[in-house]
Design a protein around this ligand. Structure first.
Ligand SMILES: *[C@@H]1O[C@H](CO)[C@@H](O)[C@H](O)[C@H]1NC(C)=O
Ligand SMILES: *[C@@H]1O[C@H](CO)[C@@H](O)[C@H](O)[C@H]1NC(C)=O
Length: 188
């Protein structure tokens, strides 16, 4: 009897979980507003996804970066035009501010201990916005014109705490140090 009960409970737990994980791909995601993105990528760590439209005429990219996060945390995504790691990243940052509203701004990550203060990037950024929906933070913006082709080093990050509207240092292990890669905006 005891063994049978255990098996039944295991099936109940495993069933719904496997359904959820198979649904977690960027291709199935529908944005709340009428925003269509033609391309997307499931990023390998931090439960993060990038959606975009690349306009080759204007060399601009409309991006939406979304990632699992608690209301107290922060997310960031950016392009690093000068290197492959954190330093040099032209970043978009989002979190809930002291009033509980989602706030988004741009900042340059110029050291391993960045100030995280709002600052313009090395390329133009328009239509920057952020929202919190279904336990995810989403930042979107139009970036560019971007010179240097369509392949960029991208870097993303998440942290657990924001203090006085300043994102605090992120953890320094596992997924938090593997959150970088290369993406060709024409590849998908
Ligand atoms: C791409 O950019 C060009 C130049 O700004 C614009 O005329 C065109 O409508 C854009 N295409 C799309 C699909 O947004
Ligand atoms: C293009 O490359 C140059 C030299 O590496 C760099 O300084 C510049 O920021 C890059 N621009 C973009 C938009 O990536």
């Amino acid at each position: 009897m005891a063994i049978k009960k255990t098996i039944v409970i295991l099936c109940i737990i495993i069933g719904p979980l496997s359904l959820v994980s198979s649904a977690q791909t960027c291709k199935n995601y529908i944005f709340s507003e009428k925003r269509g993105f033609n391309s997307c990528a499931d990023l390998p760590v931090l439960q993060a996804y990038l959606h975009w439209n690349y306009n080759s005429t204007s060399e601009t990219i409309h991006v939406a970066y979304r990632a699992n996060q608690t209301p107290r945390g922060w997310i960031a995504w950016g392009i690093n035009p000068t290197g492959s790691g954190m330093v040099g990243t032209q970043a978009l940052v989002a979190f809930q501010d002291l009033n509980g509203n989602m706030k988004a701004y741009t900042t340059q990550i110029s050291s391993y201990n960045p100030e995280m203060k709002p600052q313009p990037l090395s390329f133009p950024v328009l239509e920057l916005s952020a929202e919190y929906l279904n336990e995810e933070m989403i930042i979107s913006a139009v970036l560019g014109p971007l010179s240097n082709g369509t392949t960029f080093n991208i870097v993303w990050q998440a942290g657990n705490a924001v203090s006085n509207d300043i994102p605090q240092s992120h953890p320094h292990f596992g997924p938090y140090v593997r959150s970088a890669g290369t993406l060709d905006f024409l590849s998908l």
